[in-house]
Design a protein around this ligand. Structure first.
Ligand code: FES
Length: 208
């Protein structure tokens, strides 16, 4: 939420809180993906970059594909016009989201070969690049966790250097995560995105 809205909630709660109640109740019959796609369009219409980044991330998290987001933008052409659509696409490109890369647009989810299991040290966090994505892999005894390096807040690619022990802190707005559990432990409210994984013939595979 913007600093201005946070301020108004404190300064004029009787006027602003009903507005948020209205927003919350207005979309109760829509599924989360559709709600977030509509919010993406309203943020583009209002040209609020922060809001666009926020709701784009939410739409992706709720399962919207890059093509569905592009469809929503293009279908809103009569309201948005080309200039606002181009403005939005420039921001999406700046976010460098793997799903939007031209070569990834039509790729269906599949299993990816991450590494040989013996290359992944125990009780440590490994950083791996794998087919257009970066991953944090944590191994403890027989248990493994494979996390997307993209921050669940606004898709920032969290670098390896952001790791201190098992604490990972996103450089953009300082959300911190515990790599052991994936939970957000400071500033934010959402866990790291974890990929499904399996071990086959001594190799770690992950699904995205
Ligand atoms: S993008 Fe905001 S904390 Fe990571």
């Amino acid at each position: 939420m913007s600093d201005a809205l946070t301020y108004l909630i404190k300064a004029r709660p009787d006027a602003i809180k009903p507005y948020f109640t209205f927003l919350k109740q207005a979309g109760t019959h829509l599924d989360p993906k559709t709600r977030n796609l509509i919010s993406v369009i309203t943020k583009v219409h209002a040209q609020t970059e922060k809001g666009l980044r926020q709701y784009l991330t939410r739409a992706l998290r709720e399962g919207a594909s890059a093509h569905e987001i592009l469809d929503a933008l293009l279908m809103a052409f009569p309201a948005l016009g080309l200039a606002k659509i181009v403005w939005a696409v420039d921001i999406i490109l700046d976010m460098d989201i793997p799903e939007f890369r031209p070569e990834m647009l039509d790729v269906k989810p599949e299993w990816h070969d991450v590494a040989a299991l013996e290359e992944i040290p125990a009780d440590e966090v490994s950083y791996r690049d794998c087919e257009g994505r970066s991953l944090f892999v944590y191994r403890q005894d027989d248990s493994l966790k494979v996390y997307d390096s993209r921050c669940p807040h606004q898709v920032t690619n969290i670098p390896h250097l952001a790791l201190e022990g098992t604490r990972l802190t996103c450089p953009k707005h300082q959300w911190s995560f515990d790599i052991v559990s994936g939970e957000c432990i400071d500033k934010g409210d959402r866990p790291l995105n974890e990929f499904q994984h399996r071990v086959e013939n001594g190799r770690l595979l992950a699904y995205w």
